[in-house]
Design a protein around this ligand. Structure first.
Ligand SMILES: *[C@@H]1O[C@H](CO)[C@@H](O)[C@H](O)[C@H]1NC(C)=O
Ligand SMILES: *[C@@H]1O[C@H](CO)[C@@H](O)[C@H](O)[C@H]1NC(C)=O
Ligand SMILES: *[C@@H]1O[C@H](CO)[C@@H](O)[C@H](O)[C@H]1NC(C)=O
Ligand SMILES: *[C@@H]1O[C@H](CO)[C@@H](O)[C@H](O)[C@H]1NC(C)=O
Ligand SMILES: *[C@@H]1O[C@H](CO)[C@@H](O)[C@H](O)[C@H]1NC(C)=O
Length: 456
């Protein structure tokens, strides 16, 4: 279901554990963020949301590979808070990744300064709050890593670069959602879908002002992330085709799509050519795999035009198979940007020998009245002191045992164990991880702080 309620920590031993500093020679970007509650009405219903410097979505982080990012976060909520930088590979700073397994939460009324260096995952990401159900009420924003000069990107610079954060929205306070799970119930269906914090219409049904502008004939990059809790969202632009160029920090083969399914936490970059008659066009985001389709719109306007958009929205695809088949069409462009050796030191990705296969089967169970999600029969609980700190100080024996979960699911249906669940993996192991979800809800998995490419 949602990665906010399902925590799985894979710790790569040895290489990631050093607390070395960041390179002094690379440029620094400084941010000061004030995290506070505020009232917003994305679906017309006023509710308490988490804002950053008064904004929802939060500010975009626009950086280039090797930049040092310094973000001083002031927590003005009445509860602990943490930001996660969603998979940004922090070779030297993995203990800063902002999950309860790596960082101490920022206490209410206190501040904490994140300090990390982005490397060569050139592409599109987003940051989000990682504790409780905070993510369901905001606190997220876009994060882009540009290629530093000298490292070519496999397309010409676009005329502009737009961040489009889409996802489900519940119209419920995050504490209400937490209590629902703690009473053994599901958070239920979302109230709607939003695009950059908006549904696209006001209470009278009139369109919001255009969100983006394109000049006829030019090419634009759209970075689309599903920042929601659990619902897959199909994204499309009226009368425009989308050329896929990047997903989650990897450049891809440049296939053309008329719509794309974006599952929770995924990000894609598309190039869109403004090749239609000047006018306004709808961007459409609609829920997938729900009984009732929920739709949000936004408008992209051709500069200087005043032709309203056609009220006929392009339809979403139907069924599961479409989504699987689309996924199978995605291919990594392994020659783009820079050749990188695989973990065994070779440049031939296709010939890496898999040294370990971990099969993770997810289940949901009611344990002591609470809804718990489990892998291979184990539902993770955080240690009071973050795992990375416990390991750094060599006191892990007092807190948890490694590898209590097997690489294979248990036979039969034994009861779910609630425990700190840490897999240790040796340096340079090339691991194949297979996820299996026998249940009725879509599951999404957050492989935190490492670079992955889904292969099937
Ligand atoms: C942060 O925002 C809150 C609520 O808007 C405000 O009361 C507080 O003064 C702000 N703090 C800083 C450091 O800007
Ligand atoms: C983002 O950074 C790139 C590279 O430094 C720069 O060219 C671009 O103008 C920046 N975009 C925004 C919106 O700040
Ligand atoms: C908190 O903010 C102050 C003022 O900007 C700064 O000097 C201090 O280093 C910050 N503390 C932490 C723990 O980041
Ligand atoms: C893959 O990347 C290389 C190197 O940048 C580029 O020349 C090539 O056109 C790209 N291939 C596709 C299909 O995009
Ligand atoms: C993979 O295993 C085969 C057979 O054992 C071996 O010949 C080959 O060198 C290995 N490849 C790598 C990259 O280690």
């Amino acid at each position: 279901m949602s990665k906010a309620v399902l925590v799985f920590t894979a710790l790569v031993l040895s290489s990631l554990l050093g607390l070395s500093g960041v390179g002094a020679e690379d440029p620094y970007l400084f941010f000061e963020w004030n995290v506070s509650y505020g009232t917003i009405s994305p679906l017309g219903v006023p509710m308490r949301a988490i804002l950053i410097n008064g904004q929802f979505p939060g500010p975009n982080i626009n950086c280039s590979s090797n930049n040092n990012i310094v973000i001083n976060v002031f927590n003005n909520l009445e509860e602990p808070f943490l930001f996660s930088w969603n998979g940004i590979q922090q070779r030297k700073n993995s203990w800063q990744d902002g999950t309860a397994g790596t960082n101490c939460p920022i206490q209410p009324g206190k501040n904490y300064t994140y300090h990390y260096q982005v490397k060569d995952q050139i592409g599109s990401f987003y940051y989000f709050p990682s504790l409780g159900m905070h993510k369901a009420v905001g606190g997220y924003g876009g994060l882009r890593i540009n290629s530093r000069l000298l490292i070519p990107v496999p397309f010409d610079p676009p005329a502009d670069d737009y961040t489009v954060l889409i996802g489900d929205w519940y119209n419920k306070d995050h504490k209400v959602l937490s209590r629902t799970l703690d009473m053994g119930r599901s958070i239920g269906q979302p109230a709607g879908v939003i695009i950059n914090g908006k549904s696209g219409k006001d209470a009278a049904g009139n369109n919001d002002a255009p969100m983006f502008v394109m000049e006829a004939g030019k090419v634009y990059r759209y970075r689309i992330c599903n920042t929601g809790m659990k619902v897959s969202v199909n994204f499309r632009i009226q009368r425009h085709l989308m050329k896929l160029v990047e997903m989650d920090g990897s450049h891809t083969m440049q296939n053309i799509y008329d719509s794309i399914d974006v599952h929770v936490a995924q990000c894609y970059s598309f190039l869109v050519t403004a090749d239609q008659a000047p006018g306004d066009y709808y961007l459409v985001a609609s829920s997938r795999f729900l009984r009732k389709e929920l739709t949000a719109t936004a408008i992209v306007r051709y500069a200087g035009s005043s032709t309203p958009p056609s009220s006929t929205l392009p339809k979403a695809p139907a069924g599961w198979a479409w989504s699987f088949n689309q996924w199978r069409s995605f291919r990594w462009n392994l020659t783009a940007s820079a050749a990188r050796p695989n973990p065994q030191g070779s440049y031939h990705y296709g010939s890496i020998n898999i040294t370990r296969t971990i099969k993770l089967v997810s289940t949901t169970a009611n344990v002591d009245g609470k809804t718990r999600y489990a892998f291979n029969g184990v539902s993770h609980v955080d240690t009071e002191t973050p795992l990375k700190l416990v390991e750094y100080y060599g006191i892990n024996e007092q807190f948890f045992k490694y590898n209590i979960m097997a690489d294979e699911p248990p036979a039969g249906k034994p009861p779910v164990t609630v425990s700190t669940n840490v897999i240790s993996i040796e340096f340079r192991t090339f691991v194949e991880i297979i996820f299996e979800n026998p249940e009725k809800n879509v599951q999404s998995y957050h492989l935190n702080g490492y670079s992955f490419f889904a292969v099937g």
